[in-house]
Design a protein around this ligand. Sequence first.
Ligand code: PHE
Length: 443
Amino acid sequence: MREQWGSSAGFIVATIGAAVGLGNIWRFAYVTGENGGGAFLLLYLGCVALIGLPLMMAELALGRRAGADAVTAFDTCGRASIWRHAGWIGVIAAALILSYYAVIAGWALRYVFGAATGGLWQAGPAGYAAYFEGFIGHGVEPILWQATMLAAAGLVVSAGIKGGIERLNRWLMPVLAVIVVMLAAFAMTLPGGMRGVAFVLSPDWSVLARPAVYLNALGQAFFSLGVGMAVFITYASYLDRRTSIPRAAVAVAAGDTAFAIVAGLAIFPAVFAFGGDPAAGPRLAFVTLPQVFAHMPAGTIIGLVFFLLLAAAALTSMMSLLEVPVSVLVERTGLPRAGAVVIVTVAVFLAGLPSALSYGVLQHWTLGGLPLLDWVDQATSNITLPLGGLAVAIFVGWRIAPRAALADADLAQGRTGWIWLWLLRIVVPVTILLILLRSLAWW
Ligand code: PHE
């Protein structure tokens, strides 16, 4: 028999673990910073509620209905149908994201060691940029840390759904929640910290005149929730019928969003209190924050805890990304789980090498003016994920008979189900298409 989650709560915690990751801390902070704060946050919340949440429910419903890997889940319309191949979008997106995600998770792990051994704090006041560049520019070091994170994720995933993924998430996620709340509470008491709170919570409407802001809000919502890459299809394929899909989806979306906002309330007050630049981009967490920690009371401990949080949150997301291609391989070839994990991990590691080297040996290789890692990040978040989301919306919204779709999502009774279905049929695809077209014109 196919493996199942041990309990409903275990499934929800593991799914929150998939959603909460670098996207909530590293990416949320820098994208919010670059897009001007509060008004961006509102757009982002709108994308989560109107697009992300209905899509997440659709993915969950589709996965549970199929009880199979993400490619098989779409393969129900006969041999001649193009839907046979639609599942691959999500699988490829998951593998591509994992390829560079592991690199950044590796940076986080490297900083855990740097903070623990004290090497990081010897960088001196102006030295954090040099420290970061020295590390990511180093030939082999980023690769070693990338490989370590991938190996860790691979170990957990090879132990299975219940004995590996569920078991780790069950104790790790509550610890991470406590840590992020404590960090925020501390940061907000710093003198001048309230300006950081205002940056996150009070909207500056002028940023809405920039078309890129909308695309960034959608891309961030997709990335942070983790929709569009078959993770929820895969996780729900191990789920029983007793768990309510709307409830699970609301819990995951709310948990993910709350985590991002609280992380923002930990990061921006600290940045503002010590005069850092909120629009520093992807290096915000790795250059600006260590500088801030160095000036803070108990900063060396806070810094260590922060990077531990970042690395651990990344690990639980990596497990979910890894599970997507692993389950496809196990179910479509009959390979044992451990073998599939080794194959996928090695392939993803190799695919991530250009990203790992993109600030070092390959720094002169750019695409569209971006370092390779940044390019893969933007291309997958802003293009592959919306395409994966579009496929799910059209498949569940139009291809599956409406009564069946409603029943799959536990929404056969009442009106909410129809609201969900019409969001999925019209609002989700139209918004995704508009923003995609706009972004292609702008790329
Ligand atoms: N949502 C995760 C994050 O915020 C990343 C992720 C993307 C995880 C896609 C799973 C699937 O970091």
